[in-house]
Design a protein around this ligand. Sequence first.
Ligand code: ADP
Ligand code: GN1
Ligand code: MG
Length: 363
Amino acid sequence: MFHLKTIAQLFDLRADYVCGSSYGSGHINDTYRIDVDQAGLRVHYILQRVNSNVFKQPIPLMENVLRVTTEALRVLQEENCKEAYRRTLTLIPAKDGKPYAQDAEGNVWRAYTYIDRARTYDTIESPLQCVEVARAFGNFQKLGANLPGKPLFETIPDFHNTTKRLETFRAAVAADPLGRAKSVQKEIDWFLAREADCHIVVNDLASGKLPLRVTHNDTKLNNVMLDDVTGKGICVIDLDTTMPGSSLYDFGDMIRTSTSPAAEDEKDTSLVTMRMEYFEALAKGYCEAATFLTPREKELLPFSGKLLTMECGMRFLTDYLVGDTYFKIRRPEHNLDRTRTQIALVESIEKQMDAMQNVVARY
Ligand code: ADP
Ligand code: GN1
Ligand code: MG
């Protein structure tokens, strides 16, 4: 076990540790908010332990994060942004100057300045928030397009390769290590019936019909901070999966997480629905920022919502079948509940695909 104070002291905070506790609702890393006393002023920092089960190579991952945040700051300062340090994550170096620190057990930790007067949302509250979220991620992709130097390190190979995700899912069904498959046969069959959809984006990327860009790859609603007063999307966070990818991965996950009124783990799936007004707001915000989209990318924007929701549902079900080893769970059938909301959302998207296409045509 680690002590937060000991971890905090690995970083060049120039402050005295006061207290700390776990923070946020992410499924992957361990996030803490600490209070420190900085020459008499009480301030917060974020400490995060990178999940080494998920991210097998945390050190090149941290180099990615440093490169992306350094470039973001450079651009913000070049634009004379008044609050550049609220508009990008800022890594605090460890005492040895590295952008991360390792504890006695070899865990990789990082420290970020705490972004104040802004917060993340687990469920969306208004279409205006959609515009802000989509604009923030669209601008983030623009930043990625101009990132100097070599390509970013692929922190999770084949992260959104839905062909491979399907193979992994099939393997989990076949192995069925906990004997859970028979109780979820209906859900398994539901995914298998949509196999053809899994190959579309993967094949188009391979043939060059779709461009590879620098994308965030985890654009869920709670990975963008909205200003408490203005509601503006001020900072894109959770940069662990920022790497080469398709714009459709990012837009698709926005549809998945920002159009339904229901939480990702809602037990009552009748509450799950893709609301057209929210989709339209996403399309507006995203198309305004992502001026670089090709006709094929635009054509697939509505489909991307179906694809990413399907992918995520398949990942939750895979994790349920193998014994909940990847996503953090807070109750026994948590991953199954999550699977079912994703199925309900895909069905809602499927019913509205033509109308979604008409919306995109307007932007
Ligand atoms: P995970 O990978 O587990 O999702 P995140 O990086 O998304 O972890 O962080 C979890 C939560 O912590 C976020 O949703 C956000 O609310 C909060 N958070 C993360 N970084 C900061 C920061 N620099 N300032 C303020 N809050 C933050
Ligand atoms: C994870 O870390 P977090 O909670 O932002 C996951 C995403 C999933 C999401 C589902 C690295 O995101 O891919 O879409 O849960 N991140 C990783 O809520 O696997
Ligand atoms: Mg997150």
